[in-house]
Design a protein around this ligand. Sequence first.
Ligand code: FAD
Ligand code: SF4
Ligand code: SF4
Length: 659
Amino acid sequence: MKIGVFVCHCGSNIAGTVDVASVAEQARNLPNVAFSTDTMYTCSEPGQDEIVQAIKEHGLDGVVVASCTPRMHEPTFRKTVERAGLNRYMFEMANIREHVSWIGKDKEANTRKALDLVSMAVAKLANDRVLTPSKFDINKRVLVIGGGVAGIQAALDCADGGLEVVLVEKTSTIGGKMAKLDKTFPTIDCSSCILGPKMVDVAQHPNITLYACSEVGDISGYVGNFNVSITKKATYVDWDACTGCGQCTEKCPSKKATDHFNEEIGTTTAINIPFPQAIPKKASIDPEFCIKLTKGKCGVCEKVCPTQAIRYDQQDEKVEEAVGAIIVATGYDLFDWTRYGEYGGGRYPDVITSLQYERLLSASGPTGGHVTRPSDGKEPETVVFIQCVGSRDKSVDRPYCSGFCCMYTAKQAILTKDHMPESQSYVFYMDIRAPGKMYDEFTRRAMEEYGTKYIRGRVAMIYPKGDKYVVRGSDTLLGTQVEVEADLVVLAVGAEAAKGAPQLAEKLRISYDSYGFYMESHIKLRPVETNTAGVYLAGSCQGPKDIPASVAQGSAAASKVQNLFSRDQLESDPQISQVDIKRCIGCGKCIQTCPFGAIEEMDFRGATKAHVIETVCQGCGICTSTCPQGAIQLQHFTDNQILAEVNALCQPTTILNYE
Ligand SMILES: Cc1cc2nc3c(=O)[nH]c(=O)nc-3n(C[C@H](O)[C@H](O)[C@H](O)COP(=O)(O)OP(=O)(O)OC[C@H]3O[C@@H](n4cnc5c(N)ncnc54)[C@H](O)[C@@H]3O)c2cc1C
Ligand code: SF4
Ligand code: SF4
């Protein structure tokens, strides 16, 4: 076998701490190596051309590139060797950047390690064989999980492009947080006026099937062919019959149910429609507060409903959907600020969250847009906003910036003045982060035009004084302690990963960071893709994002799906497990271990054998270590190849220039 080795400088990324010329020179002495060189940027056009030329000139059978992570450039180099006429799987990569040059400064040790990795890749490649992918059909339907603005945008873009969309929302209406906002920065346009029409489009679009009050259960399959089980939660109302007339909500005697839509400011009825513009506009019963469901009495809604839609015996229902791609848009939740004991820990009624304040400002909110204190219904004269509550604070394990709080605080200060011209707003802040288009101008407007007083410093404590609250903090610009007497305190609570995000990630087999936000495939170059083919991200589920960024990501994820579905067939990765029928004793251990359900029993001349379903196997290799007979081998990661790598690693390395 004739192998070519290309050792990349990656500018100074690798060459800064690895003697790449020496690695290339030494690689020439490795068994099967017919050509070896070092190149400045192997992934560049001249770098790739050099590989093509060397394959042709030296009649190479396979290529090793020692450079960066295969995550990024393995597909690039597979295409390169294919251009020169080789099978694309006759290629191996040694990661001497992330695994060597970026993690150590000792040039001699790095150079040794780089050569070790190159020898291992060469030994593995010598045992590679030509592999051919097979083709399979794509199911051109897409599942969108989460009906906030990002999910809505993704669903509409896919549906407008002719794709069938299944949209799953866990609450009883789509709209997410944006549906709860009064007005939006930086233009102060009414949130429901810009979101409402999009929500209606979702309801009316012939290509969109909406499951509200629903959650995704098991997900099996692979890119192009996922099977998803969806649980439709019991709402105790037949939504096909319900017309959303609201007669039940008017008559329901149970009026102390938790008002989730209004962020628990006030209460609602046990049967309710969250807000007038809800989509779908259907009633649902909160079983915790329904007198009929808890005590067996009442039944008023059943009597008044003109369409006989009430079903007290309704149960959760499971439906199955088959889709080819999935967009995750599950958004964010708000940090539980009651962990801040110094701000009252939830004991003071007039210390509220920013989202509660949005509901107070909103004309469709519990007070009809009249800003009043929850404790006594009085209009506040002095409103104090405190930023970074649960953001940029290591003491509560939230060191990251929530991105949009500086901006919505400025917006809320402006709206406060609009609602109550005599009021005075104060903002305690750490820094003002306003990097978007027209954002800096917007925060300046809050200060200069609307007279909001910004105080740079953290608030140490809030305590009641009469019917007011004293907000005590420091002004780090003046170097003094400050105290402001407030009628109402609004906390700009930070964003955190949506509840259940890690559990959903496990089902989708995607990664999440230490805070539960989903990880993109590449932070700069593949921001809406995940490492699971066919699963994409949109909006704040990937990290806090404002509306423009969430909408942009929703559209980006939709365009990725359109791109995927532009072909009729996809190719499967042939680097999967294969059963040696002669060795297999049909014990079924592999079937039990495979996390993807990719192995099934088959009958072979009257004997039970294991069979790998090519399109389902993800090449994880767990089965190979389970099989007591060693009958399953993962293509290109066979026992022989791994032993060859170990053997190469155990050979003494002599590095030129360092002895
Ligand atoms: C007080 C406040 C004011 C704001 N003001 C502005 C503003 O003026 N301008 C601006 O640009 N931004 C503003 N924002 C930010 C804005 O809320 C976000 O940019 C936007 O909501 C992000 O949309 P999203 O779709 O990613 O997430 P979300 O709005 O959180 O929507 C996610 C949706 O997914 C659903 N979901 C979650 N988990 C699941 C699951 N497992 N299965 C099914 N469904 C699920 C949720 O119920 C929700 O409907 C503000 C934020 C706050 C807190
Ligand atoms: S009365 Fe009946 S139709 Fe009207 S909103 Fe209630 S459940 Fe729906
Ligand atoms: S049965 Fe339950 S939901 Fe219906 S009216 Fe009575 S309390 Fe309200």
